[in-house]
Design a protein around this ligand. Structure first.
Ligand SMILES: O=c1ccn([C@@H]2O[C@H](COP(=O)(O)OP(=O)(O)O[C@H]3O[C@H](CO)[C@@H](O)[C@H](O)[C@H]3O)[C@@H](O)[C@H]2O)c(=O)[nH]1
Ligand SMILES: [Mn+2]
Length: 760
């Protein structure tokens, strides 16, 4: 435990989650010297940026009388720099007060607190892209969390409504009857069988080894039976058929060979909500809201853990760690959720697609945590049910808040189910009676709660539950919670990742995933919930900074504009011999050089603080530029199309199935352009344009000896050349299956040549 040497104010003590009896369940401290250095850097960089903008503006003024093209390019560069400065300024909010927390779950047992019940929601949607064995590993890892079985219920939402998934769930439950007790008895650390059996936790006496062997065989049988079921479904032609028209199906899973339900392990409930063509189903948020309602009639636990189907619980202690925050009387009145970072088990050593999301989970979320808490990240969070129901943070019980509301008001908000409204005022079922038996059967009402029509004329998705307004339901829902006065906490214990998921291993999948995120974020940015307006309603400096963080994410996609400008204008000008930066010998040049170097160095410093190397820095620079002109650009286009009503936005589920030849390229750190579509076109076109202009303008520069004047541009273009080298290689050099598809190559050559000859 850290010693608290200085006497602290009450507010500070509260922020640190100090327990009354001097036995805090968690602690929190500001990262120093990072916070101070960041603030100094912000001020210095701000000064340099303002000077740069002034220089740009004055060069625009001096354009009078020169050709229109010169004026246009100056104007574009000024706007690009203004957008960069705006986004940079928003991003500083993440750097103002980064904190680190620690948790002490051992003290929970000493404190003799009653552990509240928890429901785990696992969501899956596509049996092809999300193999059932993987999904069941997540389910089993959740069932094996270190927590009393009667306080834990696992729900599996299957949006695909696949018979294979249901069958696999039954088999998984049967296996879990042996697996969960085994994990508990031997205190197994890794509780998702696929990982456990692929390694060797070694040691142990003869009896342990015998039992381990028995379980390993059972697990192989489990996989085999799922595979058979899948093959059979494929043969019958009903495997990949995603039923868009189907009634709801809810089952409390039982071991078919046993009469009785097993009370020694958590219950498992399978839910496939109703789907009808003429009802929107709102993707993952819709699935989660059905689970909220269905579970209210079965277990109604006050806390919910949400897991994507590929996110296995890798540390059985995470639940107790989360409770260190939720049960801390100083934090809990306003604490809506505890977020764990997303970590991935399949990241290659040279992570070329930056799938690790380092910046988000190692820098940005820690920054938010020092304000009002991390941003809800879709998976791996323990959230209060009543916060999702729209309750306000308060010291009095929210049960009272719902009790004081008229029944008619409740029904307007939550729909007409009497059982559901009753659940709002009740304690969780397992708190009411230990294993009342109610949880072994599905109440009739659950079917109605899982129907499409149930949400009509209610506030589900608008004010209640997970919100529908954006493709990134997590961000949007968390934002509303923070705006309503709730806080959150970031829990990233250093020793063992709490959850491990599957990162995309192919470039195209990565681009599509980022495009979906950016689309969802920008949707919020341009809506009436724009964080810069809606988020500023609570007036405190922390809320203001927090809203800036939300706004940075919402407008992140706008990086497409400056990067596009810097990928076209300097290149075209260079090929004509026109300078866009001050000459190297001029007094203005250092301003540009300093702003550039300061941004690069800050990024490098953050990479080093996260214990990564120069290679990571380079990969991240490259990846950022690539996705800005592809995913970000198309996200902007999509949101614009949606704004003018031209098209609806869809959720493309990320592929989690493994392709061996892809994995090899991924592990070797070679770009895999297979499946690349038009989304890649801007990147390949710009890299060709840059290379072409470099050759064409290079001659001219030497001939006219304009080295001093064009130095900045030459530097930029050489940098872009190095960054885009894998693309050029994929176009001209490589002959393997992962090279840039011929169609894309042809189009990019045509487009870049046209640009260069028409404008350059
Ligand atoms: O109609 C749908 C679509 C998706 N899902 C599930 O949602 C989860 C996330 O989908 P995935 O394709 O894996 O998307 P990712 O890009 O990996 O997800 C990230 O981004 C999402 C928002 O776009 C968040 O919801 C996720 O938690 C976050 O991990 C998966 O378990 C899906 O099965 C559904 O249940 N129903
Ligand atoms: Mn995912």
């Amino acid at each position: 435990m850290r010693s608290h040497s200085n006497p602290k104010s009450k507010a500070e003590a509260e922020a640190e989650g100090v327990h009354d009896h001097d036995q805090p369940l968690s602690s929190c401290h500001v990262d120093q010297p990072a916070a101070t250095l960041n603030r100094v850097h912000t001020l210095l960089h701000l000064g340099a940026t303002l000077l740069l903008l002034r220089a740009r503006a004055s060069s625009l003024r001096s354009c009078g009388g020169r050709p229109l093209a010169i004026f246009a390019s100056s104007l574009l560069l000024l706007s690009a720099d203004a957008v960069l400065a705006f986004l940079w300024a928003l991003g500083q909010a993440f750097r103002w007060r980064p904190v680190t927390r620690a948790v002490y779950p051992d003290r929970l047992s000493k404190a003799a607190v009653t552990l509240p019940a928890v429901d785990v929601f696992v969501v899956t949607a596509d049996p092809e892209k999300e193999p059932a064995v993987k999904v069941m590993n997540t389910v089993m890892s959740a069932m094996a969390l270190d927590y009393p079985s009667d306080r834990l219920t696992v729900y599996l939402s299957d949006d695909g409504g696949s018979p294979v998934t249901l069958f696999a769930a039954k088999e998984a439950y049967r296996f879990a009857r042996a697996w969960v007790p085994f994990c508990r008895r031997y205190k197994i650390a890794t509780r998702w069988p696929e990982k456990y059996f692929s390694g060797d936790e070694g040691g142990g006496d003869g009896e342990f080894r015998k039992e381990r062997k028995k379980l390993e065989i059972m697990y192989e049988d489990f996989k085999e039976s799922v595979k058979k079921a899948k093959d059979k479904a494929i043969a019958n032609g009903d495997f990949a058929k995603t039923a868009r028209n189907r009634p709801p199906r809810i089952e409390v899973i039982k071991d078919e060979q046993e009469e009785e339900q097993d009370d020694q392990i958590p219950s498992l409930v399978y839910v496939a909500r109703e789907k009808r063509k003429n009802y929107p189903h709102h993707f993952k948020a819709g699935a989660l809201n059905v689970l909220l309602r269905v579970s209210s009639t079965i277990s109604n636990s006050p806390y919910v853990l949400v897991l994507d189907c590929d996110m296995s619980a890798n540390d059985a202690l995470s639940l107790r760690q989360a409770m260190c925050f939720h049960l801390d009387p100083r934090l809990s009145p306003s604490l809506a959720f505890v977020q764990f970072p997303q970590k991935f088990h399949n990241i290659s050593r040279n992570d070329i697609y930056c799938a690790e999301l380092r910046s988000i989970f190692k820098i940005l979320w820690k920054g938010c945590d020092g304000l009002r808490g991390p941003i809800l990240s879709g998976t791996g969070f323990y959230i209060r049910r009543d916060a999702l129901y729209g309750a306000k943070p308060t010291h009095t019980s929210t049960k009272e808040e719902f009790k004081s509301m008229e029944i008619s008001e409740l029904k307007q908000r939550f729909g007409t189910s009497n059982e559901f409204t009753a659940s709002l005022r009740e304690k969780s079922k397992s708190e009411l009676s230990k294993r009342s038996g109610a949880s072994h059967t599905v109440p009739q009402e659950a079917m109605r709660l899982a129907s499409c029509a149930y949400e009509s004329d209610t506030q589900w998705g608008e004010q209640v539950g997970f919100l529908y307004g954006s493709l990134v339901e997590d961000y949007f829902t968390g934002f509303h919670l923070h705006c309503r006065g709730w806080t959150s906490a970031y829990c990233d214990p250093p020793l063992r990742p709490a959850f491990l998921g599957n990162a995309p291993t192919n470039f195209h999948d990565t681009l599509v995933q980022h495009k979906r995120w950016m689309t969802g974020l920008l949707e919020v940015g341009v809506s009436k919930y724009c964080p810069l307006i809606f988020g500023m309603r609570i007036s405190s400096w922390r809320s203001t900074l927090q809203s800036m963080c939300y706004a940075w994410l919402a407008f992140d996609a706008l990086y497409a504009f400056p990067l596009l400008v810097y990928g076209i204008v300097p290149q075209l000008c260079f090929s004509k011999g026109v300078a866009v930066f001050p000459a190297a010998s001029s007094s203005q040049f250092p301003i540009f050089a300093i702003v550039y170097a300061s941004a690069m160095l800050q990024h490098l410093a953050e990479v080093i603080v996260s214990r990564r190397t120069l290679a990571t820095w380079w990969n991240e620079q490259r990846f950022w530029m690539l996705i800005a002109v592809t995913s970000y650009l198309f996200a902007c286009v999509d949101v614009f199309a949606k704004l003018i009503g031209a098209r609806a936005i869809d959720f493309d589920v990320t592929n989690k199935a493994v392709d061996e030849s892809q994995i090899k390229m991924f592990d070797d750190g070679v770009f895999d352009f297979r499946g690349a579509s038009v989304i890649l076109l801007p990147a390949t076109t710009l890299s060709l344009l840059n290379a072409g202009a470099l050759v064409r303008g290079g001659w001219r520069m030497v001939a006219e000896s304009k080295f001093d004047e064009l130095f900045g541009q030459l530097f930029l273009m050489c940098f872009v050349f190095a960054i885009s080298y894998p693309l050029l290689e994929g176009i001209f050099v490589r002959r393997d299956a992962g090279r840039v598809p011929t169609r894309i190559t042809m189009w990019s050559i045509a487009l870049s040549a046209a640009l260069l000859y028409l404008l350059g």
